[in-house]
Write a protein of this length. Structure first.
Length: 161
């Protein structure tokens, strides 16, 4: 029989926002912002007390940070990607919960569609980055050409004198 006190005892795996912020490399303000946008829901949030986060919250924050800082997705794109991730987790549970081949095949088709949409978003971002890189390379080449012209002028003046 479960004791009622077990439900009232604090969970040892829960961490306050400051600890999580340091662990993930974000500010508490950024974490609250992501919560306000609906990208994150702390495991425990009681009126008048700190937000408390578990390991799944920490992993979600790491994913938000990666999508934002490393890949450069907008908050709206992150929300779409995280939504797809939530659906994938639900599909995973459904898949494991049935042995019916038809149902499993439909679940897999849905999961493939989600994965293809996520890849398309990432590929669009990569194309944007590649276009920016191409523009910067073009600019750099132009600067090298200008420098070569100026250095030729300097040599011409030096030879003439």
């Amino acid at each position: 029989m479960l004791s009622l006190t077990a439900f009232n005892e604090p969970r040892s795996d829960l961490r306050p926002i400051g600890v999580v912020a340091r662990e993930v490399g974000l500010t508490p303000r950024a974490i609250r912002y992501y919560e306000e946008l609906g990208l994150l829901r702390p495991t425990v949030r009681e009126k008048g007390s700190d937000r408390l986060f578990d390991e799944s919250d920490v992993q979600r924050l790491r994913e938000i940070k990666r999508l934002r800082e490393v890949i450069g997705f907008s908050v709206n794109e992150i929300a779409e990607l995280l939504g797809a991730e939530d659906v994938r987790a639900h599909l995973r549970v459904q898949y494991r919960g049935t042995k019916d081949a038809h149902t499993r095949a439909q679940i897999l088709r849905t999961a493939i569609g989600l994965a293809e949409r996520r890849i398309a978003m990432i590929e669009r971002r990569l194309a944007q980055v590649e276009a920016a890189r191409t523009d910067e390379r073009r600019h750099l080449d132009h600067l090298h050409q200008l420098l070569a012209t100026e250095e030729d002028r300097i040599r011409s003046v030096a030879v003439a004198t």
